[in-house]
Design a protein around this ligand. Sequence first.
Ligand SMILES: [Zn+2]
Length: 117
Amino acid sequence: MQIQPKSSNGRGVENSLFFNSLFPSPIAEHFLKTGVTLVNCHAKRNKKNKLVTLYGACCWWCRKNLPKKQLTLDHLIPKSRGGSNSLENLRLSCVECNRARGNSLYPPAHSLGIKEG
Ligand SMILES: [Zn+2]
């Protein structure tokens, strides 16, 4: 039986983050940027999950039921018009509706055409 010292291979993410804060460098910057990207992706997925919980896995505009991965995050008020990234301004949308809306403040025309009730 051999007992291996734990310290030989114990350096992980925590250590490198600490290292980054101590020594800002291009490499540290890269790690920081990568970290931010990961956080953003995660946040996006979280929002999507929350929206699915709130409204169901369907397009907000045409009410088409779709698998989660085919739904996009659509801004009620487009970001280019000062809309926020908050849940209140986000709805799930299929790719077609999202594309049809573009920067518009209004629902896509085709979704109005087939609106029921
Ligand atoms: Zn749609």
